[in-house]
Ligand binder design. Structure first.
Ligand code: PLP
Length: 466
């Protein structure tokens, strides 16, 4: 106590710091409340660190206040370079929106919009009106509604048709998707009793048929998004399930997960069933995500029979899961792009990334490697080398797309590569790659703004030096 007293007196008061001319300009920029808080926190931190008898001069205090304010002013949600090689990376925000969608969302944010207003009649409208016609045109479905995400779409379908009843699903399709989306738990929350049929690797038509009973609310088929069962396997096709469901007068719901509106073989990828094909196979309802292969904002589509969509819209839970005007605007603009499939690979970033030729990516890697090698100096070996991208978010989980990237192999201990990837994460635009076999790999498939990437690298010199 007696010893600490002199050092406390060496620090100026909050008021005195605030009266300094340099700090006054900070108040102008950050506001009085925020600056006062920063001064208070700075003085408290210095008091902790100070040795007894030490003197702290004003410039140290001012620059500490400035650093604190700058750190607090930086957004937490930061734009970054996704060079992981996973095009639809859930942790990095999945699909990047098309410019048309960005414009539409921005306008919906700035202006009043006809969200639930029918301009023709002057009466109340429905928010689904803005996408219904487009979705039906692109998928062949009778009707459509939009909710928060595909998890919500599945939850809502289960709750509407199987609450207090049974939902039949194959044991081979009881998926868990990253985070907490596990089919049995979603069922429980929807109030549906899970009726599992078949085995992990083989489920037959008679398994479903034997399970049908008066308590059955629906039959559900789930796309096994992030895994594949191979070997001695059997599953029942959507057409057969649709027929069985019709015989028993219950809906057949096909959860496609990613769901694609175009045939991916256009882009040299393996074919996944399209949403239109799933509708044609006779599903009463089809659910899929907005921000996976579709390339739009986070959303969940429920499409299919008019009477069933009407029942879903009458479910009070729908209100809690509906989309806002910004996402609705972005969805509409994204769907509109699908009317011109030939230009999709130019306009829709997800498709543009997937369609990018290996040669184009290789040329980019060859351009960037020397600049990066120069910055790394002797601390690492940098080379342009082939690598493999994947779509991500549960589309074609085992397929990779040949790509090209920068491979940075730091000299030194095993921790050197972790330190290096941390340095890249601290850049003004953090660069996220993947670590493989002692090297940091940047897959360049999703790198479009090359000049921003180059400018960003300039800060790397300081990061590596520190
Ligand atoms: C991704 C996925 C979901 C969840 O979709 P979100 O849009 O992430 O909510 C549900 N079912 C399947 C089969 C999926 O692949």
């Amino acid at each position: 106590m007696v010893e600490a007293a002199p050092s406390l007196r060496q620090l100026p008061s909050v008021d005195r710091v605030l009266r300094q001319p340099d700090v006054a300009t900070l108040i102008e920029k950050h506001g009085r409340v925020e600056t006062t808080q920063a001064v208070r926190e700075t003085l408290a931190a210095l008091r902790e660190e100070m040795r007894p008898g030490a003197v702290v001069d004003d410039t140290i205090i001012t620059s500490a206040v400035l650093a604190r304010l700058d750190a607090r002013a930086k957004p937490r949600l930061r734009p970054l370079f996704n060079l992981t090689g996973t095009v639809l990376h859930t942790n990095l925000g999945r699909a990047i929106l098309a410019e048309e969608a960005v414009k539409a969302a921005t306008s919906a944010m700035r202006e009043a919009v006809s969200l639930e207003f029918d301009l023709a009649s002057g009466r109340r409208g429905e928010r689904d009106d803005h996408v219904r016609a487009l979705v039906c045109e692109l998928t062949g479905a009778e009707d459509a509604t939009l909710v928060n995400n595909n998890a919500a779409a599945v939850l809502l379908a289960l709750n509407t048709f199987a609450h207090g009843r049974e939902a039949i699903v194959s044991r081979g399709e009881l998926i868990e998707i990253g985070g907490a989306f596990r089919m049995p738990e979603i069922m429980a929350r929807a109030g549906a009793r899970l009726c599992e049929v078949g085995t992990t690797n083989r489920t037959h038509p008679r398994d479903y048929a034997d399970a049908m009973n008066p308590e059955t609310g629906l039959i559900l088929k789930v796309h096994t998004s992030n895994y594949r069962i191979e070997g001695f396997t059997a599953e029942v096709g959507a057409r057969d399930l649709a027929k069985l469901a019709r015989q028993h007068h219950v809906p057949f719901v096909n959860d496609l997960g990613s769901g694609t509106l175009v045939d991916l073989s256009r882009f040299g990828l393996r074919k996944e069933p399209t949403v239109r094909e799933s509708v044609e196979e006779g599903a009463d309802l089809v659910t899929f995500s907005g921000d996976k292969l579709l390339g739009g904002p986070q959303a969940g589509f429920i499409i299919g029979r008019k009477d069933l969509i009407a029942a879903i819209n009458r479910n009070p839970m729908k209100r809690a899961l509906r989309v806002d005007k910004m996402r609705l605007a972005a969805c509409e603009a994204t769907l509109r792009l699908y009317r011109d499939p030939d230009r999709l690979a130019q306009r829709l970033p997800t498709m543009r990334f997937l369609a990018r030729s290996m040669e184009d990516i290789r040329q980019q890697a060859l351009r960037l490697a020397p600049a990066l090698a120069e910055i790394m100096g002797g601390s690492a070996v940098v080379e342009a080398a082939p690598c493999a991208s994947q779509i991500g978010s549960g589309a074609l989980p085992l397929d990779t797309i040949p790509s090209f990237g920068l491979v940075i192999r730091p000299k030194g201990s095993g921790q050197a590569v972790e330190a290096l990837s941390a340095a890249f994460r601290r850049l003004p635009w953090p660069v996220i790659g993947r670590v493989a076999e002692g090297a940091l790999v940047f897959d360049l498939r999703c790198l479009e703004d090359e000049s921003l990437f180059q400018r960003n690298l300039a800060s790397l010199r300081d990061e590596i030096a520190s």
